[in-house]
Ligand binder design. Sequence first.
Ligand code: 5MM
Length: 342
Amino acid sequence: MMSSNLKEVARAMVAPDKGILAADESSGTIKSRFDGIGLPSTKENRRAYRHMLFTTEGMEQFISGVILYDETLRQNALDEAETPFPKLLSDKGVIPGIKVDAGIHDLAGFPGEKVTEGLDGLRERLQRYGQLGAAFAKWRAVITVGRGIPTDVCIDANAHALARYAALCQESGIVPIVEPEVLMDGDHTIYRCDEITGVALRRTFEALVEHEVVLEGIVLKPSMVISGSECPEQASVEEVARRTVNNFLRNVPREVPGIAFLSGGQSSEIATAHLNAMNALFNELPWELSFSYGRALQAAPLRAWGGDPANFESGQKAFYHRAMCNSAARTGQYSADMEIAA
Ligand code: 5MM
């Protein structure tokens, strides 16, 4: 039986006008982000960067929750009191969450395909994360599109892992973010992405139901239905919005409180425009349509900050601006003028 608290937290994560900041870069990923600004990926630099983001004044108007990495969940802010990051966020009304998967690995026997690992010992880790203040968790499954792939085996293996993870989270009183990402890498068309997204969503929800996961107590974090990044024919913003929402109307049960999209390598502005178009074109949807962006929220502030304490405020200003634009996109109120004015 699920505590009503899970439903409340899930609804709060997709509250109107708000979305989630994905700041759960693992060590390898944050290193490559810092490489881009020429900053060594030390523990203190990672702390300073997360401190800059999380202490942005007013970001709580637009950000409902933040996904943290294990190291960050245990780190303190750079204030005098050395406030633990989860407390700093909760004190602002922002829900702290934690990435619990152990990353993607080659799927044995299926070249080019991946499966996410991390189920061993997860029950114990979830209990500890709950004590440290995490109210929700995240697990990312990756589906690669290519010649002859994805296979049903890959889709099923990932759906099964997502369902086992989600059931363990709910058992521990933690809301699972269920993230089946169809990668946009490749030259596939939007039609192929549409087809694969449909299969991945159907298999994921079948597995969730088989594992008795209560759908009112999850948040879905999918990719959009979009042309492959190398596809010569790139679909328009409106086509992405229409195909994405229509696909989800066919495949996502109405019990799910909200869909918080990942940005998946889209530029910050395009990711915002896509979300905006979905919310502008469709009314009366069964679920909230929100964001849980990593790169699309962080690329601008990371560039503006550049690892230099002198740019602290510029970094915060850039983060505030992207969060505000995506908040506007939650109701279809975003416009390109908001970028020019920045
Ligand atoms: C913030 O990046 C997350 C962590 O990635 P790694 O485990 O590879 O270090 C990532 O899972 C992210 O939450 C999702 O991909 C969504 O982020 P984007 O940038 O696609 O919106």
